[in-house]
Design a protein around this ligand. Structure first.
Ligand code: NAG
Length: 378
């Protein structure tokens, strides 16, 4: 091997072999130091370092890389019902564990199905917390044990259903988990008195609300289909799609050859396209009952009769809830608030409609006298 020549370097820079070796060693050490950053274990969290932590907040413990914040939420949806109090579980800890507690902030928000912007539910820092919108006065943090930042919501409403984000914020960094809150209830198709396929998306939403219900989610429709819902008219769902559930394949409902399932028209124009709607309702706080009268009522008389009985005429969503969740079984046709005439059968029998349980409808009679279904708050 011939000796290496360093003649290309200017005279002042000429290095002897020893100096070259030294430089080489330094370079290798530098490179290794650099590489060691890549050897840090990967966490699906974030690393602390001394830069981001404010002083006097347990920082001595977090001056090294690799402490992570862990936020835990349940993997399965929580099922409850309207009117219930619910705890959405969320806990955090540091791994490895820290001796001193750190100041953190908590933010609970609700994900929106039809937009990217979350809805604020509650924020908390230290002893202060604040809830927003219609969660005001209904939501608070549980804080039963260290690291417990579970959200308690009282008196659940139909539109409380959905996914909630629990966010723990430590300094500049944050970690979060999702809790899925589902309500038990009943899905029903709705067609207004004007007839079939008259509602755009916005009207569909409003129509369900007028029946003491909300527009159903796909998950709710799917669950109802699993439980046997079969309906051959397409209806809006909360995500802006139009679908219908078929348990018994037949020609006019997507074809005989198609397997049972949810048939989908996909996403439709929210203002220009018109369909029916699927509504969702959950347990009632009050009671639906049949009010009879020897002469029967017109619609206006039925409304008055319920009021005279310290109640109000029942809405369609209330009758469906009474049927499916409170087992109202009454073989008498009665007026409802929207001008339809229906009755609710749990145990099918002769002269009470088809052999399956269900809410029977006579549509929206223009004349004729019937009983009345009233709704009374408990
Ligand atoms: C919910 O909590 C409130 C306040 O603690 C209580 O008064 C109410 O009875 C609870 N409701 C139910 C359904 O448990």
């Amino acid at each position: 091997m011939t000796e290496m020549s360093w003649d290309f370097l200017p005279h002042a820079c000429r290095l002897n072999h020893l100096q070259v070796m030294l430089l080489f060693l330094v370079a290798v050490i530098l490179l290794q130091t650099d590489n060691s950053l890549c050897d840090l274990p990967f966490y699906n969290g974030f690393y602390y370092n001394h830069v981001m932590n404010d002083k006097g907040n347990g920082n001595e413990e977090i001056h090294f890389n690799g402490v992570k914040l862990v936020v835990e939420t349940p993997g399965d949806p929580i099922f409850t019902h309207r009117g219930a109090n619910v705890t959405l579980s969320c806990h955090y800890h540091y791994d490895p564990q820290l001796v001193k507690s750190r100041k953190i902030r908590i933010k609970w928000s609700k994900l929106r199905e039809d937009s990217t912007k979350d809805k604020d539910v509650l924020v908390a820092a230290g002893l202060n917390h604040r809830s927003f919108g219609d969660f005001n006065g209904r939501a608070h943090l549980q804080q039963d044990s260290p690291g417990d930042v579970s959200l308690v919501i009282h008196d659940l409403r139909l539109h409380d259903r959905g996914k909630y984000r629990c966010e723990v914020i430590d300094g500049l960094e944050d970690e979060s988990g999702i809790v899925d809150l589902e309500l038990q209830g009943v899905v029903f198709p709705y067609q207004p008195h004007r007839g079939r396929y008259m509602l755009n998306f916005h009207e569909a939403k409003r129509t369900c609300e007028e029946q003491d219900a909300v527009i159903a989610s796909f998950e709710q429709l799917f669950k109802s289909w699993e439980e046997g819902l079969d309906w051959c008219n397409a209806g809006w769902l909360a995500d802006g799609t139009v679908q219908y559930p078929i348990t018994l394949s037949r020609e006019p409902c997507g074809g005989r050859g198609m397997a049972p399932g949810i048939r989908s028209y996909g996403e439709r124009h929210k203002s220009l396209h018109h369909f029916d709607v699927f509504c969702f309702s959950s347990y009632l706080k009050g009671e639906v009952y049949y009010l009879s009268h020897p002469q029967k009522f017109t619609l206006e008389e039925a409304k008055q009769a319920c009021q005279d009985d310290k109640a109000e005429i029942a809405k369609v969503g209330q009758l469906y809830s009474a049927w499916q969740l409170h087992r109202l079984d009454r073989c008498d046709a009665g007026w409802l608030a929207d001008g339809s005439v229906r009755y609710s059968i749990v145990s099918p029998r002769p002269k009470c409609g088809p052999p399956e349980p269900g809410v029977r409808s006579f549509g929206f009679p223009k004349r004729g006298k019937f009983g009345a279904y009233c709704y009374k708050m408990n």
